[in-house]
Design a protein. Sequence first.
Length: 249
Amino acid sequence: MSLVPKSQSRPPVAVRVSGVTKTYGAGDGRTIALKGVDFETATGELHLVIGPSGCGKTTLLSVVAGTLAWDSGDIEVLGTRLNGLPDAAMAAFRGRHIGFIFQQFNLIPTLDLTENVSVPLLLAGVGRTAAEDRARAVLERVGLGDRARRRPRDLSGGQQQRVAIARALVHEPRLIICDEPTSALDSRTGHTIMEILAGVARSPERCVIIVTHDPRTYGFADRITEMEDGRVRQVLNAQDIQNFLATHR
Ligand SMILES: Nc1ncnc2c1ncn2[C@@H]1O[C@H](COP(=O)(O)OP(=O)(O)OP(=O)(O)O)[C@@H](O)[C@H]1O
Ligand SMILES: [Mg+2]
């Protein structure tokens, strides 16, 4: 039993980015996308990253996910230091611990929903029958159990994004990274998607980071990092967010 009262114990850090820089290209075509970014998020947290187009949001998500090399600074994800991690170890870490959700769902059109959702498990070496059982259970959780054998083209945008969420969750990753998951959806459907993601983030083991342009998502956030021109402009905690929402109603 822990001797630290719950109210005093801080949730563990899930992601810590310190002084990270990233430059694309060279010479005249050079773009400095990250100019020394510090970013921290805890487990159990739904953390939004906002800021104008081109400010470096997707670049930040990509370095945290280990899909993009950065120039300098330190990145730690779920207690693992990503600096200098060999490619194969990085890929294994990502496959085990990170789930991705994108603006354009990225489902495979020739596979049915169960098969689409099974993919991360098959890649992890789980057998087909066990993977499909697990996929169907997660499809149930996002309200699509009755469509398990349909193809993505038979679904609405919101339903396709729910399939993408199921696929991102099926291997029970601890970090879920979402790049504008609601921007291709109408506002009601976007709200449903945010409710599902907020439910995922409530688990003390997990953490959800969402890049968004949509102010209607702010009410779901535990923390908001605002970026501007490759830097963090400000970090809003839960109280700041409530104050912001109260004055912008
Ligand atoms: N592969 C690339 N090659 C060259 N420059 C790039 C590349 N990817 C991004 N950039 C540049 O880096 C900067 C940051 O891009 P990034 O995609 O991170 O912005 P963003 O905040 O996600 O923007 P948006 O809201 O439009 O998605 C931009 O100036 C962009 O043009
Ligand atoms: Mg982007």
